[in-house]
Design a protein around this ligand. Structure first.
Ligand SMILES: Cc1ncc(COP(=O)(O)O)c(C=O)c1O
Length: 370
């Protein structure tokens, strides 16, 4: 059984994912999930879960925030943010599909929210947020760090510096789903009150888990808000962990096994080295794009380092390219939503290296005869 699982991978029979999530998952990780089940109220589980939180805290240099790993993909934290951190009115900055989803989620949780839209492809700047916040009374604002639909990497550290200085009590919520763990981004350095990520992105793990880092101020604020739900009650989640080092409901234990061993690998490689590896892949892709007369979709200076979104200036069919790539057991992503065929996306996140990226780009060159 195990051999059947290993063999196709060794022969590279499966299609290797250069998508911006789910990303390629190693054989070692897949096998790590097949350990026997344990009860989630047993000390073996407590050791596993607390160990994971401790490793995350070490990896992300957490000194004073709360850390939580939830059994749900990253979008759950949009609901949690809306229900626990927005009392009166939120400002949602949007610059693509995923930041738009955050805006929609806050509204659908019954909270009042204004949108501050930035043109797709452009970055969200601190002065734009300061200006928007000065026009009304808000108690939360949201920013996506790495907009996976446009490839824009927003300057969240600078936003934190400038906006939290002016408005220290306004909750700063960051969606870092497709960058945390693969970028230089550190939760406390961003001054975020809640920042979240999914495991199927830069963590190179199967989908199904997400994590968030929460400021003490956010935890205190959540305690004062009604209607936090059950699975989305931040106070219940953090208090349960605080008392028992466990989760209130049954978690995806098999996925936690894989997160645990992946964190060992990430700690061994080091936060900065991982981010540098991603930056190297992004730089290589950008120079390849330029060399072949194409263009990055993101504003210069604000390009993502985990996913490169390339304008389809050559006017070739991205769908056909992917068909050919799949014959070679490789895949990239078409443009997202309205950017389909207008762009293509190379997700160089997770465990990929520059030399593997060169191989992928060589195949694209060959197929497109560049
Ligand atoms: C920036 C961003 N935010 C949110 C999401 C949604 O995350 P999930 O699919 O883990 O719920 C994604 C998924 O691609 C994303 O890229």
């Amino acid at each position: 059984m195990l051999l059947q699982l290993i063999r196709p991978m060794k022969q590279n029979k499966h299609t290797r994912l250069w998508n911006p999530g789910p990303t390629e998952v190693s054989e070692r990780i897949l096998i790590s999930q097949s350990k026997p089940m344990i009860g989630h109220r047993e000390s073996t589980f407590t050791d596993l879960y607390k160990g994971i939180i401790d490793k995350l805290n070490r990896f992300f240099e957490i000194t004073n925030y709360h850390t939580y790993v939830h059994t749900a993909s990253g979008s759950i934290w949009m609901d949690i943010s809306a229900r626990n951190l927005v009392r009166d009115k939120a400002l949602s900055t949007t610059c693509g599909s995923f930041s738009e989803r955050m805006y929609q989620t806050i509204g659908s949780c019954g909270k009042t929210v204004d949108k501050m839209a930035v043109e797709w492809g452009k970055a969200t700047k601190p002065e734009q947020i300061l200006d928007a916040l000065s026009k009304d009374k808000y108690d939360a604002f949201t920013v996506v760090h790495n907009e996976t639909s446009t490839g824009v990497r927003n300057p969240t550290v600078e936003i934190g510096k400038q906006v939290k200085k002016e408005y220290p009590d306004i909750m700063y919520i960051i969606d870092a789903v497709s960058s945390l763990g693969g970028d230089f981004i550190l939760p406390e350095k961003n001054q975020a009150d809640l920042i979240f990520a999914s495991t199927q992105k830069a963590f190179a793990l199967p989908p199904g888990l997400s994590m968030a880092f929460i400021s003490p101020e956010a935890f205190e604020k959540a305690k004062t808000l009604p209607g936090r739900g059950q699975y989305t009650d931040l106070v219940a989640l953090l208090e349960y962990y605080g008392k028992k080092n466990q989760t209130p409901s049954t978690p995806a234990i098999s996925l936690l096994y894989s997160l645990d061993i992946q964190l060992d690998a990430m700690l061994a490689e080091g936060h900065n080295n991982i981010a540098k590896r991603h930056e190297d892949m992004a730089k290589y892709t950008r120079s390849w794009v330029e060399k072949h007369g194409m263009k990055m979709f993101a504003e210069k200076g604000y390009e993502s380092i985990t996913v490169s979104i390339v304008e389809n200036t050559l006017g070739k069919s991205v769908a056909d390219l992917n068909k050919e790539l799949r014959k070679r057991k490789l895949t990239i992503s078409n443009g997202y939503s309205q950017l389909k065929e207008k762009t293509f996306r190379i997700g160089h996140m997770g465990s990929w290296t520059v030399s593997e990226l060169k191989e992928l780009l060589w195949h694209i060159e060959e197929i497109w005869q560049l």
